[in-house]
Ligand binder design. Structure first.
Ligand code: PLP
Length: 375
């Protein structure tokens, strides 16, 4: 995190990565480039530095930076051809669901949404046209866990490209490529940037052929990240470990308090022993996400808790230094019919937290006093 990428600048000796705010590069003679840089859609030194850091952190060989998590995901889907199908976990990120069902289906790419928490479910959906298995673990907002190693093995057996959206875990706590996954991606808008000030996406792979395909797709379709935002992510990554450690201390305190609270019906977090696939999670990750959720009686009670908190900001997104709070049925999952939502376990009184790096006691006390306002 601290020493990855092009750390010192060869030209000036600058200790931090400079922001190369340039679109093009001088040629000493026709076609005679100083270095490999020719045009910044193809490659830019600041972005290249970031791309080498994410490749390192995810134990891959090739990294790519995009203008948003969705641009990164779109580049991954562009590996497929017309007529191909892919399998995703049924509770995939809403933006991914929308892009696949409303955009990519128009180009003849079809999807199967599957409950991947039971690995044996997946195989039933694999057809000759299926070319990709794409999972998010843990998922949103109930933190359901899918077995990464078993998914990679299944994908290899059937010749599918395997993809993990690792946004919730960060490379600090979970490295899917180590389990044989082909591609790992991030919404770097979340923990990687970590300060609610950048929208960005990252992809990493250890596969040379996939690396060449991403370089081609990225240059051809152009969803690349600019040098300023690349710099902000490099800066963000330097504190990723420190932030995740503090987030984990806060998670522990908050989960303990919530489990003892009589007003709380259920708590969802992979750190809890009784949580779905807790053991699988422990085997594939060495720490925890700061995202968790819990249930109170109904939406009115959830609203009351949110209004009564002082340190939890009411906002979408996750993974930043400041703690955020939201009600999934009113925000991220509002467009899903209430019957379908209930079947998925997303109840009206569900509150989602993204726990930040504030002082543990401040957060625990604040949430506890907010819960105590409930009758
Ligand atoms: C936010 C998010 C995305 C989309 O990323 P953007 O940077 O908002 O485009 C994808 N996957 C997950 C899990 C996310 O949380």
């Amino acid at each position: 995190m601290i020493h990855g990428g092009l750390t010192t600048d060869d030209f000036t000796g600058a200790v931090t990565t400079p922001i190369y705010q340039t679109s093009t590069y001088l040629q000493d003679d026709i076609g005679d480039l100083r270095q490999e840089y020719e045009y910044s859609r193809t490659a830019n030194p600041t972005r290249a530095s970031l791309e080498s850091v994410i490749a390192d952190l995810e134990h891959g060989k090739h990294g790519f930076a995009f203008g948003s998590g969705m641009a990164a995901i779109s580049a991954v889907i562009m590996l497929l051809d017309e007529g191909d199908r892919l399998i995703l976990n049924s509770d995939v990120y809403g933006g991914t669901y929308r892009a696949l069902t409303k955009v990519f289906t128009r180009f003849g790419i079809d999807v199967d949404f599957v409950d991947t928490t039971h690995i044996e479910n997946i195989e039933k959906y694999i057809r000759p046209e299926t070319k990709m298995l794409y999972i998010e673990t843990p998922s949103n907002p109930l933190l359901r866990v899918t077995d990464i190693k078993a998914s990679a093995e299944l994908a290899h057996k059937h010749g599918l490209i395997s993809v993990v959206d690792n946004t919730f875990m960060t490379p600090y706590y979970q490295n899917p490529l180590d389990f044989g996954i082909d591609i790992v991606l991030h919404s770097a808008t979340k923990y990687i940037g970590g300060r609610s000030d950048v929208v960005a996406g990252l992809v990493a792979t250890a596969n040379v052929d996939l690396g060449a395909q991403f370089a081609f797709i990225s240059n051809s379709t152009g969803g690349v990240l600019g040098p300023q935002d690349s710099y902000l992510l490099i800066r963000g990554i330097k504190t990723l470990g420190l932030r995740m450690e503090q987030i984990n201390r806060n998670v522990e305190g908050i989960v303990q308090m919530l489990q003892k609270q009589p007003k709380v019906q259920q708590v969802f977090h992979p750190s809890i022993k009784e949580h779905m696939n807790h053991t699988i999670h422990q085997n594939q990750a060495i720490g925890h996400t700061g995202v968790g959720s819990f249930e109170v009686k109904d939406t009115e009670a959830a609203k009351q808790v949110i209004h009564a908190t002082k340190y939890f900001t009411l906002a979408e997104s996750l993974g930043a230094v400041e703690s955020l709070i939201s009600i999934p049925v009113l925000t991220t999952h509002a467009s899903i019919q209430s019957g379908v939502r209930a079947k998925e376990g997303i109840t009206d009184g569900l509150i989602r937290l993204s726990i930040g790096i504030e002082d543990t006691e401040d957060l625990v006390n604040d949430l506890e006093q907010a819960l105590n306002t409930l009758k």
